[in-house]
Design a protein around this ligand. Sequence first.
Ligand SMILES: C[S@@+](CC[C@H](N)C(=O)[O-])C[C@H]1O[C@@H](n2cnc3c(N)ncnc32)[C@H](O)[C@@H]1O
Length: 283
Amino acid sequence: MSAAAAPMQGEFHLSDGDYETIARMAHAHAGIMLGTGKRQLVYSRLAKQVRRRGMADFADYVALLRNDADARREAIFALTTNHTKFFREDHHFTHFAEHVRPDLLARSERGTPVRLWSAACSSGEEPYTLAMTLLGEDRAGGGRIAQRDIAILATDLAPHVIATAKAGRYPADMARDIPDRFRRTWVKPVGDEIAMAPELQRVIAYKHLNLLESWPMRGRFDVIFCRNVMIYFDEPTKARLLERFAGLIPAGGYMYIGHSERLIGPAATMFDSVGHTIYRRRG
Ligand SMILES: C[S@@+](CC[C@H](N)C(=O)[O-])C[C@H]1O[C@@H](n2cnc3c(N)ncnc32)[C@H](O)[C@@H]1O
């Protein structure tokens, strides 16, 4: 019996038909592909919602999802995978510090706006890492840089992770991923948590955004990080998304993607590879 056909065991019954309806919904609204191997994950993430609503099984819950847009959105947020950490795939930040930051700082010093985008930022570790790398290791110097016209847009589909990102508070043990030289400067221990410095918060703007929908941003981005979200999308969705990113990056700008992702579709001919999963927009 295939995984898709296997009846779901557990507190609530999840039929093949209900699983397929949930998978279709996640794909239609967020681009997220839920193959047969994700059945246990779907069950465990949504069983909480079924229980909270006092329902007898998934059939009642799926009936609700068909008719209630808020419940549907909540289910999709619960289905997102938000794993992230500070300095994840740190070769990206080494590259950024060595090859991108000097030019961005020179330009911002001349008064040219600098715009970066952490697309699918989850709970904020990625944009905070980018902000620390951009502001540097020295608090006074970083504070002066933060006064310039520099903005990191940080967006995600799921409001619960955006709320964590905005708060800028994390369990203390997550500081272990932050190199000492940055931790000393930008991270303050507060009880059993750490708090991110206000200068970092100042340069980051958090917004809710579904990458599949229209984007309200008008300007272009010198750098876009979109890492570890395209893995959940099908190939046509990835290709369309990458082409949209390419349209927002001027010649010479940079795109960073996740370790198991690659450029596909029209975007593949619009960038030069300049490092592992690092691309520079052609002129
Ligand atoms: C695994 S996290 C990646 C976080 C970070 N970029 C990193 O590499 O550590 C994937 C994030 O993508 C978000 N996401 C999934 N589908 C999305 C969509 N259609 N639009 C925007 N964000 C989405 C999820 O909410 C989740 O927080």
